[in-house]
Design a protein around this ligand. Structure first.
Ligand code: PMP
Length: 428
């Protein structure tokens, strides 16, 4: 194979600079098994970021590899113009995991496409155009989803998707009003009414929000937040869509979907990442009624619902059930969070510890009172953790939140190693 230096040189010449790498010395990953990956030098790393929260049940999980190998040797692709069993099987299995009434799925290759179809369907269904998103949210890299994304996309001058406005996300650690929960009376949630009435025509197509923000740095709004927002949006004619691209598939531990942590039932769910354990697969699932807007219209996705992705999706769901993955996400996630909270007592740089299950964030600050974001420090911590064999993610409003979202097969021993190394690194 090519050496690391050769890969770097070829990338520089032939790959768009839009394709970014992590780390000052980008690492070359050549193999992955369950919660670990190996670089070109044969060094093993605990992958606590799971290929950006994608490898849900483990790299190259043997049960999934076996099923996909079999399918690959039999039939790889035809497009959905012909019948094939896998799309029907996977859609049925997915519907079993859904809240009541959400039975119909449209398959895509990515989360961006799933959100595009969601917005299109909401606009067609309601006859309204206005879309409400959350500040600091991330929803994709296509035209409309970039407009919906309130994290980073503003760096592109041509990012201009009309009809989309943003409301406060329930980021209590940095409350825009300087209030505290619960005496704040959920002002941030009630604000959506003003956003709708003052910034839109008042006729809403949909609200799309991540129940726990991923790229935004594990922001968990208060329990009542989504109930209030969903109510107000519905009063203005809109449907409510949960972007479960990062939070779904058992990652938050207690529930299969992250929105269930708030006792709300969305009208539609968008998925990607963890749904396919690392291959291009996304879905938009909604009610029979809303799905009917697609009838007799042409909206075609060449690779959506292809036999390989469907087989991988089905096998991933089976593994989540058979391997007790969700329970493990809850137990190891709680253990990790307790560990981070203990480290917070010891290290002043930890301003906030957030998240549920294995969707955790540790926000670093230079001063606990001013909450000045420690963003360069967060990068330093990531580098130092990599030296110790642990790969973390980074995100949040200021790029100062460490993101910990490993494959859900991670063990308590792995968690203890991660905690011990973070303790050592923060001590420096
Ligand atoms: N929604 C969320 C919550 C995401 O985190 C992402 C990707 N980071 C997307 C949508 C877009 O998914 P994709 O990159 O597969 O298009």
């Amino acid at each position: 194979g090519l050496s690391r230096d050769e890969v770097i040189a070829l990338r520089k010449q032939y790959v768009s600079p839009g394709v970014i790498t992590y780390y000052r010395e980008p690492m070359m990953v050549v193999e992955g098994h369950m919660q670990y990956v190996w670089d070109d030098q044969g060094t093993r790393y605990l992958d606590a970021f799971a290929g950006i929260v994608t490898v849900s049940v483990g790299h190259c999980h043997p049960k999934i590899v076996e099923k996909v190998k079999e399918q690959t040797g039999k039939l790889q692709h035809t497009t959905t113009i012909y019948l094939h069993p896998t799309i029907a099987q996977f859609a049925e299995k997915l519907a079993e995991k859904m809240p009541d009434g959400l039975t119909r799925s449209y398959f895509t290759n990515s989360g961006s496409e799933a959100n595009e179809v969601a917005i299109l369907s909401a606009r067609e269904h309601t006859g309204n155009t206005q879309v409400i998103g959350l500040r600091n949210g991330y929803h994709g890299g296509t035209a409309t989803t970039m407009g919906l994304t309130a994290h980073g996309s503003w760096k592109f001058k041509s990012n201009n998707a009309p009809g989309i406005v943003h409301t406060h996300a329930g980021y209590c650690y940095r409350c825009p009003y300087g209030l505290e929960y619960p005496s704040c009376d959920l002002k941030c949630a009630h604000d959506v009414k003003e956003v709708i009435e003052y910034q839109t025509s008042g006729e809403v197509a949909c609200f799309i929000g991540e129940p726990i923000q991923g790229v935004g740095g594990a922001v968990v709004p208060p329990k009542e937040y989504f109930q209030i927002v969903y109510d107000i949006v519905r009063q203005h004619g809109g449907i409510c869509i949960a972007d479960e691209v990062q939070g779904g598939f058992g990652r938050t531990g207690k529930h299969f979907w992250s929105h269930q942590n708030y006792d709300v039932v969305p009208d539609a769910i968008t998925m990607a990442k963890g749904i396919g354990n690392g291959i291009p697969l996304g879905a938009f699932t909604t009610t029979e009624e809303i799905s009917e807007v697609m009838t007799n219209k042409i909206h075609f996705n060449t690779y959506g619902g292809n036999p390989i992705s469907m087989t991988q999706g089905l096998a991933t769901l089976e593994v989540i059930e058979e391997d007790g993955i969700q329970q493990n996400a809850l137990e190891v996630g709680n253990h990790l969070k307790d560990g981070f909270l203990a480290l917070q007592e010891k290290h002043d740089i930890i301003g906030d510890v957030r998240g549920m299950g294995l969707m955790l964030g540790v926000e670093l600050v230079r001063d606990r009172k001013t909450k000045e974001p420690a963003n360069t420090e967060a990068s330093d911590v990531m580098e130092a953790m990599k030296q110790r064999g642990v790969l973390l993610g980074k995100g949040g409003l200021y790029g100062n939140t460490l993101r910990i979202k490993p494959p859900m097969c991670i063990t308590k021993d792995d968690a203890n190693y991660l905690l011990a190394m973070l303790d050592e690194v923060l001590g420096e």
